[in-house]
Design a protein around this ligand. Structure first.
Ligand code: SF4
Ligand code: SF4
Length: 497
């Protein structure tokens, strides 16, 4: 009988991380507050852009295919700004991953931030790790039902707020909020909120670390960006092993608490032969991924550094220097314990891990693209035109023998006011320009709109351009209220001899 292949999926064991305090935990609280604050509040920030434009600071106006970001307005043909920003975001991720490993996953990834928020609610409703474990193992009764339903309702409220905030980025937020309550908002708004509510509730409440382990491709990609010089959370095995429980409860000395670098050269006599890890499991109990960092670097580790806070707290209590678990690079692993070099070994300074050719290259590329986008932003004009020659036919011979070419000109008025645009030519000064539908060479373009104008250019029978196959031509447009000018090059097709 054939053997059944082993399953590639392990059923989820719920994880109940213990509360922890320390530098990295505080840092994560700050990042969580900042990112959630930005996400929920940004659509409500108003921005006065003048008449005929939306007064929302950040808006993806899909209906008119424009993006507003404070004072910046991106039109569809300027999508290179969005592409540039996406490339910068990618390079930024490469840069941080190369220097500091999975800092994105540990601190700023939405899955991490919302899971942290849900854990906070869970702890507030059900208590810390031990109380949660007891509740998990207990049979269903009124108390368990009350606590679970309370927790789920708060999670649901957060999830609805999360889905709701998302749709406010796509239309005027106050108007949509009223329409949502009146049940008169477009169906797509309700569908988007429902989908995001469901994903937030399920991913943050029930799947948590499984999203990182099984669904997210990023951990696999990041591995390719890290090298032996990348700082990532690790356990100083050479210092912690062999583990011993005997020092638990030992008194901390002021000197030991103040120490930040382990003094290999002067190990106390009593510590020879035993490591600093007292196997208290504090690092494992606080880990939101449910792993033991002492087993070495693992794909599941999101480098949130909570185990560093937990272990530092233990080291303080037993009078040992902090840093048994720390941000480490593989290249900093010291020589074997019995090597005479170990006594004088010191890890490389942090700046040498951060400043290396790869990170310098990423920073240079990132800065160059950023500078290019800023430059493009400042040199772009409030008016634009594109010129498309009508090719069928390429020219028309009129009854007096003159040659006429036809062009479709798109005039874009990016300002908030209606503007009068004047069209003219430079090149062969014998060529004549005329606009369809008007006797003048000026045309009114409404605010924030693109106008399609048909333009005729004519060469009289004896003009050189009439008998020249192709004559270079430049079409100019001037905003008469600001004297801003811009131009586009094209070709005048003459009669082929
Ligand atoms: S918290 Fe520190 S001392 Fe406790 S088990 Fe983890 S590594 Fe060892
Ligand atoms: S091992 Fe430490 S750094 Fe890694 S996920 Fe767990 S707590 Fe965070």
């Amino acid at each position: 009988m054939a053997d059944t292949p082993p399953s590639l999926y392990a059923a989820r064991e719920p994880i109940f991380p213990r509360r922890v305090t320390g530098f990295f935990r505080s840092f994560k609280w700050w990042i969580m507050g900042l990112t959630l604050g930005i996400y929920y509040l940004l659509p409500w920030v108003r921005w006065d852009r003048g008449p005929n434009l939306p007064n929302q600071a950040v808006l993806a106006d899909l209906e008119h295919r424009r993006f507003f970001f404070f004072w910046i307005e991106i039109w569809p043909h300027e999508f290179y700004f969005v592409a540039g920003l996406l490339i910068m975001a990618g390079l930024g991720l490469f840069l941080f991953t190369s220097a500091l490993g999975r800092v994105w996953c540990g601190y700023a990834c939405p899955q991490t931030v919302w899971t942290d928020l849900f854990l906070l609610v869970e702890r507030w409703v059900e208590g810390d790790r031990n109380a949660q474990l007891r509740l998990h193992k207990s049979k269903w009764n009124l108390k368990k039902l009350r606590l679970r339903v309370s927790k789920w309702l708060i999670w649901l409220a957060i999830s609805v707020a999360t889905g709701g905030a998302w749709v406010f980025y796509y239309t005027d937020a106050p108007t949509l909020a009223v329409n949502l309550v009146n049940l008169s908002a477009p169906p797509v708004a309700y569908i988007s909120i429902a989908i995001l509510t469901a994903t937030t509730f399920i991913f943050g409440g029930f799947m948590r670390e499984q999203v990182c382990i099984y669904m997210c491709p990023w951990p696999r990609i990041q591995a390719a960006m890290m090298d032996e010089g990348t700082l990532t959370v690790g356990y100083r095995e050479w210092r912690g092993e062999p583990r011993g429980k005997n020092r638990k409860g030992a008194k901390a000395t002021a000197a030991a608490q103040a120490a930040t670098v382990y003094d290999y050269a002067n190990l106390p006599e009593a510590d020879q032969g035993t490591g600093d890890c007292i196997d208290c499991m504090a690092c494992v109990n606080v880990c939101p991924m449910g792993i033991d960092i002492r087993d070495g670097q693992q794909m599941e580790c999101i480098t949130c550094a909570l185990c560093i806070d937990a272990c530092d707290d233990i080291m303080d209590k037993i009078g040992k220097p902090r840093g048994l678990i720390d941000y480490l690079a593989l290249e900093d692993v010291p020589p074997a314990p019995d090597s005479p070099e170990r006594a004088t070994w010191k890890p490389r300074p942090i700046w040498r891990h951060v400043l290396k050719p790869r990170t310098i290259l990423y920073t240079a590329l990132w800065s160059a693209i950023g500078a290019g986008l800023v430059f493009a932003l400042f040199v772009r004009s409030d008016i634009e035109l594109t010129v498309s020659p009508v090719r069928n036919p390429t020219y028309v011979m009129q009854s007096d023998g003159s040659i006429r070419n036809i062009y479709d000109v798109r005039l874009r008025n990016k300002s908030g006011d209606d503007r009068l645009f004047h069209l003219s030519l430079t090149s062969d000064d014998t060529l004549r320009i005329a606009l369809e539908g008007t006797e003048t060479l000026s045309v009114l373009v409404p605010a924030n709109q693109t106008l399609l104008q048909r333009v005729y250019v004519t060469a009289r029978r004896n003009d050189p351009a009439a008998s020249t196959d192709r004559t270079d031509l430049r079409l100019w447009v001037e905003d008469l209220s600001t004297q801003t000018r811009t131009s586009a090059a094209t070709i005048f097709n003459g009669k082929e001899e």
